[in-house]
Design a protein around this ligand. Sequence first.
Ligand SMILES: Nc1ncnc2c1ncn2[C@@H]1O[C@H](COP(=O)(O)OP(=O)(O)OP(=O)(O)O)[C@@H](O)[C@H]1O
Length: 235
Amino acid sequence: MIEVKNLTKRYGKFVANSDITLTVMPGELTVLLGPNGAGKSTLIKSICGLLRFNGSITISGYDNRSIEAKRILGYVPEMPALYPMLTVREHLEFIARAYELDSWEVLADELLGRFELDDKQNKLGKELSKGMQQKVSICCAALTRPQAVIFDEPLVGLDPHAIRELKKLIAEFKHNGCAMIISTHMIESVEENWDTTCIMTKGKIARSCRRDELGSGDLEDLYFTITEGSGVKEA
Ligand SMILES: Nc1ncnc2c1ncn2[C@@H]1O[C@H](COP(=O)(O)OP(=O)(O)OP(=O)(O)O)[C@@H](O)[C@H]1O
């Protein structure tokens, strides 16, 4: 479970997140939508323990900056940050050692196969395309069998095969009780799997909507209603 309570994050005097409270239950996917600069990445970085903030954030009951929380939280950042001089395989080995994972090789092989990286295992981080780096980043997060995962714009740069595989992985995570947050601008990409959508504007959650509340309504229409005051999209 991911619990954010009264999170406020300031960059100097600028308030990037203002009094945000949200809960993601095990096996549920919360989608963060919002225009550029709404504060999605700031919220995600705070949850992942990368920023100082006011308020409280817990992962399965552990303070998000504790080692216990880091052990069970996976993070796929917007910009993959690989080690330039480690190979693809070595990235997974590094994660396995850091997280003290047993018998990780079978899962590593499976993930590399699914994301079509099995023939790239010996390529260095610096030799990979943006999409390949993104896929390594996803494999590293999945290797730890996390209880909670945060994805920041995970689909950007992925090819159609990897997009399909990521969607399947997200469905599997849900099935296994993982709590997930995804920030995206690609509303249609999350339509199959979302449970709650938080639409952010100007550092706040302007509207939080559960799937059953939306009924047969359209998520894209809701987005434009909240962000632009109209469900009608401009041509
Ligand atoms: N390091 C920083 N210092 C100062 N201001 C920042 C910093 N990082 C982000 N901001 C500001 O905080 C606000 C929220 O930025 P954030 O990156 O969280 O938005 P976002 O919703 O993720 O946007 P996008 O959809 O473009 O990725 C923006 O106004 C941005 O300019």
